[in-house]
Ligand binder design. Structure first.
Ligand SMILES: [Zn+2]
Length: 217
């Protein structure tokens, strides 16, 4: 079985997401780009926290299964569209965390209201326009809203985060969900204050520096 390390990373990240209430049950999907035009992706119809490395499927960019048994995630077209628009990426996570999805239901972008968010994401987290799950329209909407950043909220659905590897995409997911929780609670308690513009600009510059110029900007 090829790419055992990457398969194990995908299995591990689903367990971490379930433990931290960032995803649950059969929902969510994770992929890794293993070479040009070849990707590992989680299967559909499987309880994700119980997945084994051999359950992960190797597919090409036409969605054909090269190794493994089962059907790839219905969001495979979404993952492939994001990889095609962003050659800097090595991994993508799609999950259903609560607070970021609250903003997706409100269709409200998550501004960088706390330190760190813009360092991890490269700016605000935009809400991609709604389209039904698994559709090319959803893929197009997510690519447009993502731009050169590392996270996007999918209207009435969940989030997509990305990075050079799975753990980087996971760290972005944790950061986004924490910031969304803080923002939603702050709004419920009063009127949130914004970070100074210069702080956000400095953090975006740091994001681009850390990404080694790989992210387009
Ligand atoms: Zn989903």
């Amino acid at each position: 079985m090829r790419y055992l390390t990457e398969r194990e990373q995908i299995v591990t990240v689903f367990k971490l997401m379930e433990e931290r209430n960032l995803n649950y049950g059969y929902s969510g999907n994770v992929s890794v780009k293993v070479s040009e035009g070849e990707y590992l992706i989680s299967p559909s119809g499987v309880r994700k926290a119980s997945m084994k490395p051999e359950d992960v499927l190797l597919v090409n960019e036409r969605g054909e299964v090269l190794e493994g048994v089962g059907r790839p995630s219905v969001e495979l077209p979404l993952h492939i569209a994001v990889y095609k628009s962003r050659p800097d990426l090595g991994a993508i996570i799609h999950a259903h965390p609560i607070y970021a999805t609250v903003l997706g239901v409100l269709r409200e972008d998550l501004e960088p209201v706390v330190e760190e968010l813009a360092i991890y994401v490269g700016g605000k987290v935009k809400v991609a326009d709604y389209a039904i799950f698994g559709s090319q329209e959803l893929a197009d909407n997510v690519v447009r809203a993502l731009g050169d950043r590392s996270a996007v909220i999918m209207a009435n659905h969940g989030v997509l985060t990305c990075g050079r590897d799975v753990m980087e995409a996971f760290d972005v997911l944790v950061c986004v969900e924490r910031a969304a929780q803080i923002y939603v609670l702050a709004r419920a308690a009063g009127v949130p204050n914004k970070l100074p513009r210069e702080t956000i600009e400095a953090e975006v510059a740091l994001y681009r520096l850390r990404r080694g110029g790989g992210a387009r900007g």
